[in-house]
Design a protein. Structure first.
Length: 175
């Protein structure tokens, strides 16, 4: 398997099994970057909790998240920024290839990922009322729909505009 294409490019199709494999690869990268952050904490001091997630990406568009930063947070922030960017790139690459297997455009990641993520980032700033309940239900529904589309449903069994079926066996080689 071509790992560069699999993890970093957005063209082509992959099966559900390769999407789940990509999740395991992402977990391994997260654990490695977590160990790097623990090493940085031991060198520079401090014991702040850390995590990797989409919330880090959505904090880039949130000015309130920038105001609480100090110089001591800079090495940790740079590692998290690099790590989160790398993880999101790989996640989007494998997810878009999976959407291609479902004969859907990669732009479906906007309602499946971006809309629920933005809602979750800014939900605490919405007024406490029942008026935002439809937004919460819509964000949950889009996230659930995205999970079912990507991780549960079969891909198209025919050649589509994004390539051939990844489950089609390759023809035998002539020797």
């Amino acid at each position: 398997m071509d790992w560069t294409w699999y993890l970093f490019r957005f063209d082509g199709r992959i099966s559900r099994a390769k999407l789940w494999l990509g999740g395991l690869v992402l977990l391994g990268v997260m654990m490695t970057l977590g160990l790097v952050i623990v090493a940085i904490h031991s060198v520079f001091g401090g014991a702040k909790p850390f995590h990797f997630g989409a919330s880090d990406l959505f904090k880039l568009v949130d000015p309130d998240a920038w105001r609480s930063l100090t110089r001591a947070d800079l090495p940790r922030l740079l590692i998290k920024l690099f790590g989160t960017s790398l993880l999101m790139w790989v996640y989007f690459a494998i997810s878009i290839k999976r959407l291609h297997d479902r004969d859907k455009s990669g732009w479906w990641m906007v309602p499946f990922f971006a809309a629920p993520g933005l809602y979750n980032q800014f939900a605490d700033r919405l007024p406490d009322s029942h008026a935002d309940l439809p937004l919460a239900i819509a964000a949950f529904g889009l996230g659930l729909w995205g999970f079912v589309e990507l991780y549960c449903l079969n891909g198209s069994r025919r050649t589509n505009r994004f390539g051939t079926d990844p489950l089609t066996p390759e023809p035998p080689r002539d020797t």
